[in-house]
Design a protein around this ligand. Sequence first.
Ligand code: ZN
Ligand code: ZN
Length: 139
Amino acid sequence: MHSITKTFKNKGLKLTPQRIAVYEYLLGTREHPSAELIYSALIEKFPTMSLATVYKSLKTLCKVDLVQELNLGEGNFRYDAVMQEHAHFQCNHCNVVFDMMHVPTHMVMEAVSKNQNFVIESSKLYFYGTCTDCQGKSS
Ligand SMILES: [Zn+2]
Ligand SMILES: [Zn+2]
């Protein structure tokens, strides 16, 4: 588990209650929420907080590698406090984003480095389709 206090101190960043709240919210969920969803979840506890503050907090948390931003296309950004390398699956029907911890992402990266002689600095692997729940529903 990362210590947000230590990370922010090391980087010389100010640790505001809002930044802690955004980070803790992300730690407590596996739902890959959007900034809007985090905002609506925290507004009750932080009535003065704006959506812009949530965005800024997320940017800062991404910069210090406590949080990763998922770009699922068409302006659909989701946030994840699980920094371990993993792939994601988004359901095209219910839009839920699932973690895929058992996809060997390192093998994909190895293949790219070997075949192309590229140096990979970061990677994101996304899959899209129909989740188990939605497969049972008739469209
Ligand atoms: Zn679904
Ligand atoms: Zn994830």
